[in-house]
Every structure is written in structure tokens, then in C-alpha cells.
Design a protein around this ligand. Structure first.
Ligand SMILES: O=C(O)CCC(=O)C(=O)O
Length: 278
């Protein structure tokens, strides 16, 4: 196993694996978490997503977030198997996020990142920065994490996500990317938002769907690019939300709740539950 991969297979010491993942993430800006989720559970979630979100592969710049040709992030509703904590917010990931982003980190979004057949190599980019103009950025602590859980194998055919390791500490991507892991369903990639990366071409005949979540410090909100603020980036079924424990409800306070044909703000529902008048 390479230095950037940490196994979470049944039987491994979870606490030690979390520590190792944190070390790699802080040093390299990216870590692969192998065998994090039961592939059978994920296969069930995939089947349900395909049924519930039949339009996820349709190119629709209004509904989806997709400033890149051949790729977009489609909204999806957290419900059914997708709402299983083992998929929605695996415990080791929550622990890592607490260490990186503080105890009150938020789940900022959760969508379906789709790479279509024929999608070309993407240009390198960080997912976000705080102070791009000044050289202070690499010295700052992490403000957000991207979490990617492929629903099909990410390989030389379907396309991988390629990284410039340690670029979160230099804020530049020199030369070719230097890490492009093959990732099987059940494994996942976690990276610092500042780490430069790009999606590689999908040379296959099928779409490559990935569950893509963002965790952030409670004060960070995505405002750039402006189109990133226009699509429904985090939807949860109302009955699923109602069954979450209060702490998890606070973590997902930015979500919109799907209640029949209505969308209601989780934040407003949460305030109502504790008697705060907005
Ligand atoms: O396609 C991928 O694997 C990554 C895509 C990506 O980084 C993006 O769309 O911002």
C-alpha cells in the first residue's frame, strides 16, 4: 500500500488508521481511505440513486453545477441507503473532519459528481482558496475538505482524480500531476480544498458517478464562482432529518429539507425546534 493510502478494512485498528490518515492528509493534502464502506451497501445506494435521480447524467446548466465541459455536479436527495451514516458521514471521516476543521464543522454540501463518457482531462485547480493573492494561504489551517466516494471503479478507463501532492502548501501546480489513484467503490478520497487536482478523461462508455461532499469550518461559505451558489447543493428528505440526533441536525443546518413538494431550510426547522424566532 502506498504512503497516501490508509486501510479501514474490517479488523484494522480504527484509531490508528484515523491518526495515519490525518498525518497523510496534512502532509500531502490528499489521502485515500481504502475499504471505508461496505461495497454491498454502496451498491444499494447506487441503485437507489439511479432510481431517485434519473436525470443525474443530463447536461442541464441550470439544475446542475458544471463549469467544466463533460462534468457536472447534480443535486441528489439524502434518503434511503444514502442516509445510512456509514455512507452519509462515516464515523472515521467525521473524526478526521473534527481534527481538521473544528468540532463544529458543517456538512456544506453533498451531490453527485458525474463525469460523462468523452469528458476530457480537466485543467488543474484547487476547489477553493481564502486569500489567493497573498502568500499567506499555505500557512493557514485547512478551511474545507472535499470527500469523494466513487460509485463505480475510478480507473484508467472511467477516469481518475489526479493530484499535485503538497500543493496545499505551495498553492501552485508545477508540471504534471504526481498522484492519480485507482479507487474502487467502498474506498474514498479526502483532500484539503486548497490541493490542486483535476479529473482525468473518461475514455469509457459509461458515466462515472461519484458522491461528492464538502465539509467546512462553520464560518466558510462558498461564494465563488457565482454559479456554485445557484444549484441545490444539499438536499435531505425531511423524515430522514427528523430522525437525526440533534448534533447531526446542527451539522447539516445548511441543507434544504425535501418535504413532499416543498423545500424548507434545515436551519429554520432547527431554530423552530429550540424555540428561536428568526
Ligand atoms: O472528475 C473528477 O474526478 C474531479 C472533478 C473535479 O475536480 C471538479 O469537477 O471540480
Amino acid at each position: 500500500m502506498s504512503d497516501e493510502r490508509v486501510s479501514f478494512a474490517p479488523g484494522v485498528d480504527r484509531e490508528a488508521a484515523i491518526e495515519q490518515a490525518l498525518t497523510v492528509l496534512r502532509r500531502e493534502g490528499v489521502v485515500v481511505l481504502d475499504d471505508l464502506v461496505d461495497p454491498a451497501l454502496l451498491a444499494r445506494a447506487k441503485a437507489e440513486i439511479e432510481e431517485n435521480e434519473p436525470d443525474h447524467a443530463r447536461v442541464d446548466p441550470v439544475r446542475n453545477y458544471g463549469p467544466y465541459k463533460g462534468r457536472h455536479t447534480a443535486p441528489m436527495c439524502v434518503q434511503g441507503t444514502l442516509a445510512d451514516r456509514a455512507i452519509f458521514l462515516p464515523k472515521p471521516i467525521e473524526k478526521i473532519a473534527i481534527e481538521m476543521l473544528g468540532n463544529n464543522f458543517l456538512v456544506d454540501s453533498m451531490g453527485l459528481l458525474v463525469s460523462l463518457p468523452g469528458a476530457e482531462d480537466q485543467r488543474g485547480h484547487p476547489d477553493g482558496t481564502l486569500f489567493p493573492e497573498v502568500r499567506i494561504e499555505p500557512m493557514l489551517p485547512c478551511f474545507a475538505l472535499a470527500f469523494s466516494m466513487p460509485l463505480v471503479p475510478m480507473d484508467e478507463v472511467s477516469g481518475r482524480t489526479a493530484f499535485w501532492r503538497r500543493s496545499h502548501r505551495t498553492m501552485e501546480a508545477k508540471g504534471e500531476h504526481d498522484y492519480a489513484p485507482v479507487v474502487a467503490p467502498g474506498s474514498a478520497i479526502l483532500w484539503d480544498f486548497r490541493t490542486w487536482h483535476c479529473g482525468l478523461a473518461n475514455r469509457g462508455e459509461r458515466t462515472r458517478p461519484v458522491i461528492y461532499s464538502v465539509f467546512s469550518r462553520y464560518w466558510w461559505v462558498e461564494i465563488h464562482p457565482p454559479v456554485a451558489t445557484k444549484y441545490e447543493k444539499f438536499l435531505i428528505a425531511r423524515d430522514v432529518y427528523d430522525q437525526f440526533p440533534p448534533k447531526l441536525q446542527r451539522r447539516v443546518g445548511r441543507a434544504k429539507l425535501v418535504d413532499g413538494d416543498q423545500l424548507v431550510s434545515a436551519y429554520e426547522v432547527g431554530c423552530g425546534a429550540i424555540g428561536v424566532d428568526l
